[in-house]
Design a protein around this ligand. Sequence first.
Ligand code: NAP
Length: 279
Amino acid sequence: MTVRVGITGAAGRMGRTLVEAVAAAEGVQLAAALERPDSSLIGADAGELAGLGKNGVAVAGDLAEVIGDIDVLIDFTVPAATLANVALCAENGVAVVIGTTGFTADEQARIDAAAGKTSVCKASNFSTGVNLCFKLLDMAARVLGDDVDIEIIEAHHRHKIDAPSGTALSMGGVVANALGRDLAEVAVYGREGQTGARERETIGFATVRAGDVVGDHTVLFAADGERIEITHKASSRMSFARGAVRAAGWLAAKEPGLYDMQDVLGLKADSEDAGQLAR
Ligand code: NAP
């Protein structure tokens, strides 16, 4: 069966890469491409926007008009748009792959509720490498325990609108969970002035926004006399897009529920908690 895919934000950085990834993948077919209703790109050819040449899929402005044409929606936009799209997909039994980051706890609860009606796969990062890093971080935190200071440093391009990145927060969640800490209580988001000495159980976040950096993440485990750094560097958005398209193919056959990339990759078997925190 060929899975019919819709892509929202099809002219965005991830949207264009997703159109390219769908064209390169087997078992999936681009059935709809969407932008804002008032976008000047409505009616443009989605393949041409992605630099592929015409593919015959005209950019639409209203998801309701094309929802009957798709099995899975891939959404990498902004939280408000994603929430509206997820609600419509839930009503129509269309599966959703969510790549958008920056949701509040209340917004996440709305996604959880929608996952009671349709299958949803949400991940702060769809690359295979980052999902492997989540496993490595879980292992490192369990071995190093309370003997190290843990800091998370991330860098992204100048256009990114949320901070720290969803991936950095997921990494913090995985590490905190492994150590029995609550990230909300121990996270320190930047430091300035007379901060006092570092408290061991805190997990620090540092954010860099510059140039065209696709996405770098380092988790530092520092003890007296040695330190370990687990680093992932994305050099192309294609790593995220390929993962999201793989998730779309996988999700089409699933029962309603909330899944993540650890489910898609089969990485959950021996570390359920680490996977759940990777959303
Ligand atoms: P982008 O280039 O700004 O693209 C966002 C797209 O969404 C644009 O086409 C934008 O259209 C559209 N959009 C914005 N608001 C909308 C609305 N209200 N209704 C309909 N469409 C709307 O951003 P990006 O770099 O592709 O990133 C998009 C999201 O994906 C971000 O949350 C980012 O953090 C996330 N992301 C996730 C992963 C992952 O693996 N999970 C990887 C990379 C990025 P306009 O240009 O007209 O506003």
